[in-house]
Write a protein that binds this ligand. Structure first.
Ligand code: ZN
Ligand code: ZN
Length: 166
């Protein structure tokens, strides 16, 4: 899922490559290739624009993946190769289907854990609100557990996970 920090995930070299590629393709289409007959000019304008955009977004995508793999501790060289070499953006689709959950650090013991965990497996630090009876995940605003109906007000939830409750 795209987060709000995703734009900062595209490194500068990818942005520069994308701009250079776009300008290069416009140059190729409008200057290097032989001039079309007058009536065909709008078509060529469209063609140059769409292929330029396609190649530019390809570079931005490769740049995004190069940073995204690192926060999921996946193999960067392997995935860069897949996303770069598979034609028509198929590599990127495969990447988004198979990528590992984002990693975060336990604030208590600094172990690297998936951000979907409810508890730290090393020190039992509670990362997310859970039901005190069935231990499934609950929303911070829930009053009763949606799985087993347990009254969540009875639980000894750490104060930092209780901020929104009245
Ligand atoms: Zn921990
Ligand atoms: Zn429950």
């Amino acid at each position: 899922m795209a987060g709000s920090d995703d734009l900062g995930m595209i490194p500068l070299w990818a942005v520069i490559l994308a701009v250079v590629a776009f300008v290069g393709i416009e140059y190729l289409v409008h200057v290097v290739l032989p001039k079309p007959r007058a009536g065909l000019f709008p078509m060529r304008l469209m063609m140059g624009y769409s292929s330029g955009t396609l190649v530019a977004s390809y570079f931005l995508l490769v740049g995004y993946v190069s940073r995204d793999v690192k926060r999921r501790s996946m193999s960067a060289p392997l995935w860069m190769l897949i996303v770069t070499l598979m034609p028509g953006g198929i590599g990127a689709v495969v990447y988004f289907l198979l990528r590992q959950p984002m990693l975060t650090r336990c604030p208590h013991c600094a172990t690297e854990i998936a951000s979907s965990y409810h508890f730290c497996p090393q020190c039992q630090f509670q990362m997310a609100p859970v039901c005190g009876r069935c231990f499934r995940g609950v929303e911070i605003t829930d009053v009763y557990c949606k799985q087993c109906g347990h009254d969540l007000a009875e639980d000894q939830v750490p104060a930092r996970l209780r901020v929104f409750r009245g």
